[in-house]
Each structure stands twice: as C-alpha cells, then as structure tokens.
Write a protein that binds this ligand. Structure first.
Ligand SMILES: Cc1ncc(COP(=O)(O)O)c(C=O)c1O
Length: 371
C-alpha cells in the first residue's frame, strides 16, 4: 500500500540531508534554535509537583492566554495558544485554504510555508524581496494583483533565513492591500523579541488586520516546549482553533505551565536572551572581521546571517555546501532551500556556542577566499 498522495508532495528538507550526513566533529552552523540553557522559570515550572494532568481547553489554558494577551496588549478573545507557531500555520492553512487557492510566500522565506500550502491543496506563489532582502511592498502588491486566487499571504520579519527586518511603512502598505482584497495576512514574528540593537516593527504597530504569530521557541529560549500563539480577530482564529483541536486537542499542559512562567518573567528572560545573543554575535562578527576583513551587517532579529556565495560556489550551491561540510567540517544551509531568491546565498546561524561559532568561521573562510 502506498502512502497518501498528499504525502508525496513532501520533499525531504536539504537542511536535514546536509546535517544527517555530517562527518564527526563537523560544526553545525545551520542550527535554527538557541543554544543557551532553558531559562530558570520554565525549569522550575516543569519540576513542580502536579496532582493532575487533564487535557485543558482547546484554545489553551486561560491563564496562559491572559499572559500572552497582557504581553502583547491584546484582548484575550484575540489570543489562541497553539503547539508552536508551526501548529498555528498548519491549522490556519487547513482552515482557510481550498484546493486551487494560492498562498503568497516570501522568496527567500521559511521553508515550511510552501510545503504547508501544498498540504492544504493550495499553491505557493513566491514574492521577491528588495535588494537588501526586506519586505518590498511594491513587489508584494504586484504579485498580489497577479494572483486572483490568493487567500493567504505571509510576511516574516525578522526573516528566517536572511535576518532582515521590515519598515512600518511597508507593513502598513501590505496590510492595506490584503485587507482591501480580503486576503488573510499572516505576520510571522517569531524572531521579533530576539534582537541585537532595536526591536523591529510589528504588524500591530500599523494595523489591526490579519493574524500575528509567535512562540516561546526563540527569544524565550524554549523550542522544545512547543508552545506558540496566534493573535487576531476571532473570526480568523475560530476555524483554525477547531482544526488545531482535532490535530492535538490542546498543547501539552506541563509545557503551557512552563510557557506561562516564562511569559510572566519576560522582562528578565528576554534581557538574558539578548545578552546570550549579543555574546554569540560578538563571536561571529569578530571572527568574520578577522577572516573576511570587513564587519558583517547585524541582523534585525534572530540568529541568522545571510552570506553571498563565492562566485565559484554559485554554479552548484549544493555541491559547494557538501564540500564545505565534508572537507571543511562546517554545516551551513544553501539558500535555495528557502526559494529561488536564495540561490546565491547560504544561511549561517550564530545561535550555537561562541567557541563553535569562532571555530566554524575559521574553517569556513578559506572556502570563500580560495575558490
Ligand atoms: C520563520 C519561522 N516561523 C515559524 C517557525 C516555527 O517555530 P515554532 O513552531 O517553534 O514556533 C520557525 C522555526 O524555525 C521559523 O523560523
């Protein structure tokens, strides 16, 4: 018996293929998660004795929804707690897409977006970014105008894979265009609280329209809890909530309690996360300057650096990344994994341990200089 046809639309991610075949001792600079310890409030909450572990409400524990609402200055009925922002994406796509619909996705962009669109029977249509990889509202609107079947559009800022932020003006223009067309706008802001210098704009700074996605996975340092949120009008959230309830019933209760402890201690937890990020950025940018001779531009958020391939690596980026892995001992992610718009770049992560970052850059640099 064959697996269902929809599964055949799933392709193994190049990230997995590259990291699974890595030689012993290879430095993973493709990591998409923080390497610092789980913050103390979450550890204490997970260790706490509990008499019961019942399911709990589908939309999440009320006290957690309230804490999320407080943090983001939203009304509680505009908050849905989900199994990671990935859970929100899956549920929203399943709830709002029909076969033949289109989803506008950033190119380059987070690689789950096109796959989740296909799983809902829809087609992903990439929109190009500006030359510095920020959101270009003019290009976005061009693609929107050419896509009469668009039902969902996704923006992601700060971006995975580029680290680029967004201007409030571009956000406002994109929100206005989507609202005028009745297209559901999803603003993936999962990296927004994890910044080096200044927090980048949120969709909520300029518009009440659409749904904002986030989670405790990055800035709150707890990707394994699998707790995230979707913020927006209940008319968008309710159908997705139904879908999410059939997927998982509700996020795991111990995880929600730990997420609640993290949210309540946000001031301290986020300040520590930014210190950890700065330490890693110092290791990365220092090694970069030393080996490349110039300083890299800091990201607007998250722990990714988007590095242009050397000329010789552009003809076959996968072969280049495999050589870098097998001969150089560093794992990076080829930019084409994030869409055609990423073909000339690789994504480096500075989310790992500072000593690994410095060593990774030492190993990587000759591949840029000597080809
Ligand atoms: C842009 C982006 N969105 C969403 C996710 C999903 O994260 P989570 O489900 O852990 O919230 C990730 C994970 O790496 C991501 O990079």
């Amino acid at each position: 018996m064959n697996p269902a046809v929809r599964v055949q639309s799933l392709r193994p991610s190049p990230i997995r293929a590259l990291s699974e075949g890595a030689p012993p001792g290879a430095i993973p600079m493709g990591l998409g998660e923080p390497s610092w310890a789980l913050p103390l409030p979450a550890r204490l909450a997970l260790a706490e004795d509990s008499e019961s572990c019942v399911y709990g409400p589908n939309a999440g524990l009320p006290e957690l929804r309230e804490a999320v609402a407080d943090y983001f200055d939203e009304a509680m009925d505009r908050v849905m707690v989900v199994s990671g922002s990935q859970g929100a994406l899956f549920a929203l796509f399943q709830a709002w897409l029909n076969p033949g619909d289109a989803v506008l996705v950033p190119d380059p962009g987070f690689l789950a977006y096109p796959t989740l669109a296909r799983l809902a029977g829809a087609e992903a249509v990439g929109y190009p970014m500006s030359a510095d990889f920020t959101l270009d509202s003019w290009s976005f609107r061009q693609v929107l105008d050419r896509s009469p079947n668009a039902r969902i559009a996704i923006i992601n800022h700060p971006s995975n894979p580029t680290g680029a932020g967004v201007s409030a003006q571009a956000l406002g223009e994109v929100a206005e265009a989507c609202e005028a067309r009745g297209v559901l706008l999803l603003s993936d802001e999962v990296y927004r609280e994890l910044y080096l210098h200044q927090r980048s704009a949120s969709l909520r700074d300029v518009s009440e329209y659409g749904v904002v996605l986030g989670s405790v996975s990055k800035a709150w340092g707890a990707p394994g809890l699998r707790v995230g949120w979707a913020l927006g009008d209940s008319r968008w959230l309710a159908p997705a909530g139904l879908m999410h309830a059939y997927m998982v019933t509700a996020p795991a209760r111990p995880s929600q309690r730990a997420a609640l402890a993290l949210l309540r201690e946000s001031t301290v937890v986020l300040a520590e996360a930014r210190t950890e990020l700065s330490l890693r950025w110092a290791a990365f940018s220092g090694a970069f300057l030393h080996h490349f001779g110039y300083s890299p531009a800091p990201s607007s958020g998250g722990f990714y650096h988007w590095l242009e391939l050397p000329q010789a690596g552009k003809a076959d980026p996968m072969a280049f990344c495999l050589r870098l892995r097998d001969e150089g001992g560093v794992v990076v992610v080829p930019g084409f994994a994030f869409g055609e718009g990423g073909r000339a770049h690789v994504r480096l992560s500075f989310g790992g341990m500072p000593t690994d970052i410095a060593e990774g850059m030492r190993r990587l640099a000759p591949f840029w200089r000597n080809l």
